[in-house]
Design a protein around this ligand. Sequence first.
Ligand SMILES: [Zn+2]
Length: 102
Amino acid sequence: MANRHERRRNAKHSMSTMTVSEFLELPSMCAWHGCGKVAKNPYAAGWHSMLLYKGQPKLNFIEIEERNVQRDAVLCPEHARHLDERLLIDIGGRLRDVQGTA
Ligand SMILES: [Zn+2]
């Protein structure tokens, strides 16, 4: 039986693991600072994925080198719209005009 010191050390260094499918089932939180909205299935709820990367533009995101990915996050519909309509320059309304494939 571990003594108190050993139990404390084990508690500090314990790490839980999960499968990829368990990880994918975790709820997602909107990346907007201060929002705090959470969705169990953000894609079904109309949330947007945001991928920020540096380097050459790629038509297929699979070709983006992982080391160039700066941010991979989701935004709730309200903040995706706020980002597009108020913070980014108008590039022709791409976010509003994109047709979903689901
Ligand atoms: Zn949000």
